[in-house]
Design a protein around this ligand. Structure first.
Ligand SMILES: CC(C)(COP(=O)(O)OP(=O)(O)OC[C@H]1O[C@@H](n2cnc3c(N)ncnc32)[C@H](O)[C@@H]1OP(=O)(O)O)[C@@H](O)C(=O)NCCC(=O)NCCS
Length: 190
């Protein structure tokens, strides 16, 4: 990875100069992250299985690291497409969260997450869930800022990019409809 020169280590946020220096397109591989963690008692719900919220937080954190690595700056969650749990995760299981950038727009990016649980005793791997998260890069005033484009190097990455573009279009349409409906309601109420 490129050496980090312009970050003041005492500051949490990278400098604007660092972000501007990092606008060249990045490969998907550059920011891909897999987090592996064994689920412990503290992650359990009252039934004794792993709490869905614990997994959601790990997914969000992991995707955030991908977004920060890709942009070289601050990235915040703006949306999470549905997250279905296909099978339970048990205390003791090894949770594997694989995340990578699927698509980059102008200021936002879609990050895909695949969550697997592995039985530490038998090695059996279960596909537990998948999710698509949208992150936006923000400037110091909290306004969306331009982010680097991605370079898709494999057919799979190109397929993910095309599918993510369609999802982004659908999300934009849905937001537009919600906005229009709320404007209509306001007009009717006034
Ligand atoms: C992110 C935020 C600044 C976007 O504000 P906005 O006025 O909607 O900005 P824009 O309409 O210019 O959209 C900016 C980008 O975000 C995308 N976006 C905005 N809302 C979105 C949503 N609900 N779902 C998916 N993408 C969304 C837009 O498509 C656009 O992408 P593009 O530049 O790549 O085309 C604002 O929604 C915000 O501050 N949200 C809170 C984020 C946060 O704090 N998250 C942590 C949880 S506490």
């Amino acid at each position: 990875m490129k050496a980090v020169k312009t970050i003041d280590r005492k500051q949490v946020r990278p400098t604007d100069a660092y972000i501007e220096d990092n606008m060249e397109p990045k490969t998907v591989a550059f920011s891909t992250i897999t987090v592996v963690q064994q689920m412990m008692d503290v992650d359990a719900n009252i039934a004794g299985n792993v709490h869905g919220g614990s997994i959601m937080k790990l997914v969000d954190n992991t995707a955030c690291m991908v977004g920060m690595r890709h942009t070289g700056g601050n990235a915040v969650t703006v949306s999470l497409d549905r997250l279905d749990f296909h099978s339970p995760v048990y205390v003791g299981d090894i949770l594997r969260i694989k995340t990578s950038v699927n698509f980059v727009g102008s200021t936002s990016m879609e990050i895909g997450a695949r969550i697997e649980a592995e039985s530490v005793l038998t090695g059996e791997v279960r596909h537990t869930a998948s999710a698509y998260l949208t992150f936006v890069s923000l400037d110091p005033e909290g306004k969306p800022r331009q982010i680097p484009q991605i370079i898709c190097e494999t057919d799979r990455e190109r397929e993910r990019f095309a599918a993510a573009l369609k999802r982004k279009e659908k999300r934009s349409e849905a937001r537009k409809e919600v906005k229009e409906r709320s404007q209509q309601k306001q007009l009717q109420a006034s």
